[in-house]
Design a protein around this ligand. Sequence first.
Ligand code: BGC
Length: 750
Amino acid sequence: MKKVILLFVPILLVAGCSTSRTPQDQLTVNDKKIDQVIAQMTLEEKVEMLHSKTNMSSAGVERLGIADMHYADGPFGIREEGVPNGFQSAGWTLDSATYFPTGSALAATWSKEMAYLYGTGMGKEARLRGKDVILGPAVNIQRLPVGGRTYEYLSEDPILSAALALEYTVGCQDEGTAVCIKHFAVNNQETNRGSVDAQLDERTLREIYLKPFERAIVEGGAMSVMPAYNKVNGDYCSENEHLLNEILRGEWGFKGFTVSDWGGTHSTMGAMLHGLNVQMTGSNYLGQPVIDSIATGALTEALVNEKVKQILRVRYAIEAVPEDVANTVMTSQPESQEIARKVAEKSIVLLKNEGVLPIAKEVKKIAVIGQNAVLKTQSGGMGAGVKALYEVTPLEGIRKRAGADVEVVYAPGYKNFPGRRWGPAPAEPNPLEAAAIDEPADPALCAEAVALAKDADLVIFFGGTNKSIETEGSDRQNIDLPAGQNEVVAALYEANPNLVTVLISGGPTDLRQLEPVSPAIVQGWWNGTEGGTALAEVLFGDIAPSGKLPFTFPMKLEDSPAYALGNFPDPNAGGDLFSLMYRPDVLKMSREERQKLIDSLPKPVSKYTEGSLVGYRWFDTKNVKPMYAFGHGLSYVDFEYGAVKASAKKDVVKVSFTLTNKGGMTADEVVQLYVARPEATVEWPAKELKAFDRVTLAAGETKTVALEIPVKDLRYWNVEKNAWDLEHGKLVLLVGAASDDIRQQAEVTI
Ligand code: BGC
């Protein structure tokens, strides 16, 4: 293999580059040279750069020393190497990566520091694999509790999502790997994801759905962006003038390039004119048809030059890893595994505790019940699966920590629901697999578990979902616990009420039946390579739990806004373009036939009439009591919040208060600052998160906590002026430990 040498020294990577340029403007430093290079390229060479070369690369120009661009999924671990033309395993041996906690787990840390470190871990491992761009972070708002990608995404709240998206981006790019932030934008459901039209008003779009992207792009300098599969207000995201040209490039000054989601390019003219740089995958739109369109005068070569320039800016900012350097060591490295552990430790949320946790010294026998205690969660879920170097399961973590003094026994308790099968059905049914998600509890498995529970000092029940139930490509039908888990936990409680429930899932579940029979409940997430280690540390009280929910656990699904308003599911659902693309009969069709079929299908729509009342904004404003509120999470200690001092200046609102750890161990508290506007003339939710911080306090320690809200973050999108606007007046600043646990408040006027 010939080595590709870069023409210019990449000078943009240096963290903290001392220049007054905006992060996006820094991408333009090589523009003059790039223009000279483009002048040497043929039209064919340029157009080759506008579409995939392999399933995970787009072309450079070898003749001119321009390396190909190598991409890798995904948000929580560098994906296993696939064959050039697909996702099937390439069978490599050094491509096992660190499996980082999934998106909602990262968000549950509410830690900017952790998000930065996470980004560095991803960025470093990408370099080891020779990748230039990671397809992440995935930062869409968790609008639906059933959302198939809730676990990939961060939070239902834009301020929390934005802060973490920013840090992840900067961390990753500081390591010399570009992010491709996804999925831009309003990609909040998997149902009909390839064709659904998300219809929402401009204010909601700006204040809720675009926020995480805006911060990562404007402040973090995200170098590439992945337009989503869906449409927004009528146009596909990959050819959406408003999103890509007006907002992303026009208002936010984005200087890098856009890459369609895989199979998410829909036309030549639309994509070329409305903001797409690279078609992934295929070349049927941004290959020969571009050359043909230039020949007929429908497109200009100048437009192609501009798109190539945007790609080359990133190419020159990111140093290509020489082929003989890449993949020479294992992708997963101890430094990243350590980051994964730290994130996992801070993500675990103690939802309820009636004195069962931490595990008492007197406990000498623990019955661990539930298949989710032994389930590995690294793979599955499609794009976000990771081939992890190793994964400590909850049972392994508990066994290791329990040591020789404590006996740990295990029973599966319930059948696992394996979800949709891609391959042929197995000849013999697996006795540990349920045929249907709502299959009742298996009496024999339940009885076996109850027998263990009776004979133990403590029962730890592992429930929740798995990555076949919560997955890219489909939404859940409901948020019920699968395969009779509720029955099993009720039987266990009857046998032994000294019981802890640990939920292993990425999204919320319906806990109405489980809650009364669970004296303690822990949200344990899909927590990465070291998930089991971190969980055991929390259960045994080596560290205090400190995660806080990044989304609301509704009491029941129908309480959540999109359901309450009848906005989801869409009665016209069906005919998903995306799934059609993979149907064997459709694959055989000519382009014209396929188009005819597509045109004949119903056009699914998702109406966002709840506006900005997403998640807790809805529950608070409408006075609907959730099961567990946004921001909720208990500790093994109590924290005392002192009176709030607040001041408002022209640019910033400042808040400070003392925080005391009243307990007997070191613990972290995530302090949250919400804003309410009792006298506003503009409509607002009852309150909105505006700032937060994670504070570590030794036993008995008091610290002064200072939080700031930039006044620009208090603006709203004024639809009449089509601009951000500030409403002056009284603000109530609410400081607390959760959205439903406000401890102190103060008022200021802006
Ligand atoms: C997903 C993306 C992913 C891409 C490549 C798509 O199906 O939506 O998130 O990056 O595949 O694997």
